[in-house]
Design a protein around this ligand. Structure first.
Ligand code: IVH
Length: 670
């Protein structure tokens, strides 16, 4: 069966299941027997197990008991529940440590708390006056669902704390999971142990949750009113004293070499453990250092998940396709004979770029080794040259864009004096059909406008139907037409309408990111939004092509400026931003406005001592101050480090601006 057929067979089953669900639960008029219903449910789960690309939010492996998740009350996490970034190699680990040194502006020794990464579902437990008050799911990291009663059925979760040193209010976080042996008993109902834990936790009736033996291991905290611990390892031993379960394989290590040794040892015993693990988590042990390091938009700077190595398998390359990405990159993808790798059926593998094909001498018809790790796209490791026969064909990489026919280019990098390995379509913008579709997918994605109900597949469909050709069209959809499409109905259209409407309230940072300009990711969008302050200023800069203004922003360099210049040299791209600004309510992100540096502006010149500019800037912002990138009469303080720029100091003197050193800056923070 080809993929399309499998998907439509699966979707039909889900639709039928939903239909019977409604008859049973909402209308109390079932038309099939319970056993027929269970059979249908089982067929869906079997399909999911066989074909891992099948995902549907209505799947019985996610929704057990068939009550919509919407019926749980929502809870805003006091401290966001972010995820961890991943390391797959020693190189990645070294980079992780290097970034820490760069951020703190010095190289030094520190310890790591090392903890197995159990593959379950994270949960947050709020305790007040030694009593469990709320149990909440992670949700989207900002807002979770209150599942207190279900969590209370887990015997590892203490409901009352006796220890006298327990904080007045604390949020304990950890992993809910099911042991491998317990999963075997219910394996017919769920695709894997993780889904089993998730589904069980979302039962409307806690009695149903109780039937399945769930476990809880605690590993971190969110909000805490009075922190009486200074190290992660100290916190972990406190957890034990307070009555929580912690992982017996947690340990404290001193450097990257020790981490690598422990990872090797642990990996070999992972299959003998009682539960599924997908790696180890390394955390900077000193909580003060953690606090200084803070977070990027998605993950902490002080922790990383070191994943276990991937599973691999041999298969044959049937063909090579070219995919075109949002920034015009032409990515070759090997279409391979479907092969099961660690429980997942793989039929595509990325070949990365033109050079990679040449370097590994990959040909159509070759037998290759494929690897996959976690959610990362499977990739080709090597060709089995011994199995190559005469029919194998060298792949001719296209020099024109397969979508719009434009010229393509491998850019020349002046610094490295090398040509980029990636070939790109030069039609950057909405002129190239494939790029346009990818841009639209980016626009609605989670970190951009985050429009629920308008996923990647819907964008493809609406593009084919010519409902959407540019982002503005999303806000002018004809819902009557959508209502009549296959798979759509009153409810889904209403939900879509609502999520489009609520996506209109967006921060300037997310808006800039959503445009999808090459080299302007979340972090750079944040820097630009902070420097431009509001969308009108941003538009003025675009219209007047004053991108060089951004050169003063720490973190923005020539690469980003050139990318902005290039992108907005196309009038159509300018008009999209202008038109969107009239449709959306674009706000600057609200921050703590009443801190000690309220209404004060700062600028740095020269190298700071023992602290990076990024950290100093973040400290100023945490205290409601603003950093500027040019000397003007709006500037209150020019902070001088080593080797300051003379011109800036002179300008500051001219404007009578306070010129202070690092010590004096520190005093301002009290
Ligand atoms: S600490 C800011 N510690 O991994 C993130 N997470 O990708 C702090 N996980 O959602 C999380 N074991 O579900 C942490 N010892 C551990 C963990 C762990 C498993 C999971 C957790 C989290 C995900 C992050």
């Amino acid at each position: 069966m080809i993929k399309k057929e499998i998907i439509s067979k699966y979707q039909l089953k889900i639709k039928t299941l939903n239909y019977h669900n409604r008859l049973y639960y909402s209308l109390s008029k079932p038309v099939i027997t319970d056993s027929k219903f269970d059979e249908l449910k089982k067929e869906i789960i079997e399909l999911e197990k066989k074909y891992k690309f099948l995902i549907n939010k209505d799947s019985p492996s996610i929704k057990v008991g068939y009550k919509a998740s919407k019926s749980f009350d929502k809870f805003e996490h006091k401290v966001q529940m972010l995820s961890l970034s991943n390391a797959f190699s020693i190189e990645d680990l070294k980079n992780f440590e290097k970034k820490i040194f760069n951020y703190l502006n010095k190289k030094f020794k520190f310890d790591y708390s090392v903890e197995p990464k159990i593959d379950g579902i994270s949960a947050s437990l709020t305790y007040k006056n030694k009593k469990l008050l709320y149990g909440v799911s992670r949700g989207d990291g900002k807002i979770g669902e209150i599942i207190t009663e279900n969590l209370k059925t887990i015997k590892d979760i203490p409901q009352n704390i006796v220890d006298p040193n327990f904080p007045g209010e604390i949020e304990i976080r950890g992993e809910v999971f099911i042991k491998k042996k317990d999963f075997l008993k219910i394996k017919d109902d769920f695709a894997n142990p993780r889904n089993a834990a998730s589904g069980t936790l979302r039962q409307k009736d806690p009695k149903e949750t109780e039937k399945i033996p769930l476990n809880f291991i605690a590993y971190t905290f969110g909000y805490v009113d009075k922190k009486n611990f200074e190290y992660q390892t100290e916190f972990l031993s406190n957890l034990k004293k307070w009555g929580f379960k912690t992982n017996k394989d947690n340990t404290l290590l001193k450097n990257i070499n020790d981490l690598i040794d422990y990872h090797k040892k642990f990996e070999s015993k992972r299959y003998n453990l009682e539960y599924d693990v997908d790696g180890l988590v390394y955390k900077v042990n000193d909580l003060n250092l953690q606090n200084r390091l803070g977070f990027t938009s998605n993950s902490p700077r002080w922790a990383i998940a070191h994943k276990f190595s991937a599973d691999s398998a041999s298969t044959k390359i049937l063909n090579i396709d070219i995919q075109i990405g949002r920034t015009g990159a032409l990515t070759p993808v090997a279409k391979v004979s479907p092969v099961n790798i660690g429980g997942v059926v793989v039929s595509n593998a990325t070949l990365h770029n033109e050079d990679e094909i040449k370097r590994k001498d990959i040909r159509i018809g070759d037998i290759i080794k494929i690897e996959r790790a976690g959610d990362v796209i499977p990739h080709v490791i090597e060709v089995d040259i011994n199995k190559r026969d005469k029919s194998s064909k060298i792949f001719k990489f296209p020099t024109k864009c397969p979508s719009c026919g434009s010229n393509t280019l491998k850019e020349y990098n002046k610094t490295t004096k090398k040509y980029d390995a990636v070939r790109r379509c030069l039609n950057d913008g909405y002129g190239c059909e494939r790029i346009a579709v990818e841009k639209l997918k980016h626009f609605i994605s989670k970190d951009a406008l985050n429009i629920d109900g308008l996923g990647k597949k819907v964008i493809e469909k609406f593009w084919d139907l010519k409902f959407i050709k540019k982002p503005q069209d999303i806000f002018n959809l004809n819902f009557n037409k959508i209502k009549n499409l296959d798979g759509w109905g009153e409810v889904s259209v209403k939900n879509l309408k609502n999520s489009i409407e609520s996506s209109k309230n967006v921060t300037l940072q997310k808006f800039i990111y959503s445009i999808g300009i090459r080299h302007i990711g979340i972090e750079n969008a944040k820097l630009i939004s902070e420097s431009t302050n509001n969308v009108l200023n941003f538009i003025e800069i675009i219209k007047k092509k004053q991108f060089d203004k951004f050169l003063n922003i720490d973190g923005i360099g020539e690469t980003q400026i050139n990318s902005l210049k290039n992108y907005f040299s196309n009038h159509f791209n300018v008009s999209i931003v202008v038109e969107l600004s009239n449709i959306l309510n674009i706000e600057k992100k609200s921050v703590n406005k009443n801190g000690i540096l309220k209404n004060k502006t700062f600028m740095f010149t020269g190298k700071l001592d023992g602290i990076s500019r990024a950290e100093a800037k973040s400290l100023i912002e945490k205290n409601s101050g603003t950093t500027l990138s040019t000397v003007s009469k709006n500037l209150n303080y020019l902070v001088i480090g080593q080797k300051p720029t003379r011109k800036k100091v002179e300008q500051a003197k001219k404007f009578n601006i306070n010129i202070i050193n690092q010590k004096e800056l520190k005093k301002l923070f009290n």
